[in-house]
Design a protein around this ligand. Structure first.
Ligand code: GLN
Length: 485
């Protein structure tokens, strides 16, 4: 049998393994071949330890032959380079962490391992997850597999490109302001940002601790439900993880939307957004109506303030979180320093890229004593208003339908010199992080250039089953979207 990773889902791979039609070693070998063949062009991975991957797969095959069970037994997965995977590099795509090897597993990674997953490699990203195009990586640029002249989105662009390009069955990403949902949309994958507190952040290198969440990037909604089910739950190593029972997400995938009320926030269909995005999302809304959902218009009045609020809070938290990278404990240390203070300065000047420095400076500024009230405190207050907007609309409906990004994927180099323009592209995704709710990105069409467009489904906190149900029903009705033809 010839195996192709390009279209294979987790559920299909499990069926093959259970039916003894292939082994985990075979799956991993096919995957490694693909990586060798195309990753020189796509640049999705930062590191792959082939020998380690094969030995993990051999262990999984042995476990299966001994009758051991595991929800992901023998399934190869890719992990964004911001999560600690014991024994593997974890650079956050930053030169400052070059040479750092993770001494332990992040809780989410440990939970995948406990179910038998094979962790194949570390995917590229914007440095410390700051960006929307993966052009801010300290090491290389990842290309969009649908058309390599275009960005894959970011910051989890390596994970999305690996999944879309047939270099991974599924992958983990992280989302602080859209970094799972937007690259999933740009590459034509499914991306899930769980509720804040649904998955432990222990072992995730913090960017903005009150916004960060780990989640899956997959080929379909069912796979996202499977991975969420494995990783969700309270962890005593992360005091912000919440002790809410983890439902069986697969049972929520009913295939219809009968009895569901879906809201269309009018502020998410704005002047200036790409007409192709608007048309694709409106068509998807009609499909959802046809599946039995009641569609109502709703309002999230504070949406206009979301970008400024996000870029104050995220940079403030980042400036504190990144203070630990000073050349003393981790990774890179600049040579030729005269004293410790000189060493910190030289290390940080050489180790961090331009976007990371820009954010540390911005974040330090908004927290400084003269400006704290004017910026940071005001942003915290507006964050509460944004959260209340969502609480109000979720009293009227079960989920919201919106675009993921106001634009289709852009060309590599097109926005990299204009950070503000890049920030504005986050308008529809940052709100979910500010409010702490969950969001899903599902492919809903493509541009005239043949590049994917994403539909966003937003749900109330700890109601991932709502958005998975809506996304799955839509995905099943939508039919296949073919890329690159
Ligand atoms: N694009 C946003 C930013 O640059 C979101 C990044 C993320 O979610 N990690 O901050």
């Amino acid at each position: 049998m010839s195996l192709s990773i390009a279209n294979m889902t987790i559920c299909e791979a499990i069926a093959l393994l259970e039916g003894k039609q292939c082994t985990s070693v075979e799956l991993v070998s096919v995957l490694l071949n693909e990586i060798r063949r195309i990753d020189g062009t796509l640049g999705a991975y930062l590191s792959v330890d082939e020998n380690d991957a094969v030995s993990q797969a051999m262990a999984a095959d042995k476990a299966r032959s001994e009758g051991r069970k595991g929800r992901l037994l023998g399934i190869p997965l890719a992990v964004k380079d911001v999560l600690n995977v014991r024994g593997q590099p974890c650079t956050c795509a930053s030169k400052i962490l070059q040479g750092y090897i993770a001494p332990y597993d992040a809780t989410a990674v440990a939970m995948l391992r406990r179910e038998g997953a094979v962790l194949v490699g570390r995917t590229n990203m914007d440095e410390f997850a700051m960006g929307s195009s993966t052009e801010n990586s300290g090491f290389k640029i990842t290309k969009n597999p649908r058309n390599i002249a275009y960005v894959p989105g970011g910051s989890s662009g390596g994970s999305a490109a690996a999944v879309a390009g047939g270099e991974a069955i599924a992958a983990l990403g992280t989302d602080t302001g859209g970094s799972i949902r937007q690259p999933a949309a740009f590459c034509g994958c499914v991306g899930l940002k769980p509720t804040y507190g649904r998955i432990s952040r222990y072992g995730l290198t913090a960017f903005a601790s009150s916004l960060d969440q780990i989640g899956p990037i997959t080929k379909n909604v069912k796979d996202a439900a499977v991975l969420l089910g494995v990783m969700a739950g309270r962890d005593e190593m992360d005091s912000t993880s919440v002790d809410v029972p983890v439902p069986d997400y697969l049972t929520s995938l009913s295939g219809d939307l009968k009895g569901m009320k879906l809201g269309l926030p009018k502020e998410y269909f704005v002047k200036g957004m790409d007409p192709e995005v608007e048309a694709a999302v409106r068509t998807a809304v009609e499909v959802c109506g046809g599946l039995g959902a009641e569609v109502v218009e709703v309002s999230l009045p504070h949406t206009d303030y979301a970008i400024s609020t996000y870029y104050i809070i995220a940079t403030a938290e980042a400036s504190a979180n990144l203070a630990r990278f000073d050349g003393v404990r981790y990774g890179f240390r600049a040579a030729g320093a005269e004293d410790p203070i000189d060493m910190y300065g030289k290390t940080r000047a050489a180790g961090f890229g331009a976007e990371v420095k820009r954010r540390i400076i911005l974040g330090t500024y908004v927290l400084s004593s003269g400006y704290y009230d004017a910026y940071y405190l005001s942003a915290q207050k507006v964050r509460t208003l944004i959260k209340r907007d969502f609480e109000n609309v979720f009293m009227q409906c079960d989920a919201l339908l919106t675009p993921v990004s106001p634009t289709v994927p852009y060309k590599i180099g097109e926005t990299s010199s204009d950070p503000l323009r890049m920030y504005l592209g986050d308008i529809f995704t940052v709100t979910a992080n500010l409010a702490g709710i969950c969001g899903l990105s599902v492919p809903c069409g493509m541009s005239s250039q043949g590049l994917p467009i994403g539909l966003q489904v937003l749900g109330p906190a700890f109601r991932e089953e709502n958005i998975l149900r809506a996304g799955h029903a839509y995905e099943s009705a939508r039919g296949l979207i073919r890329y690159g033809e």
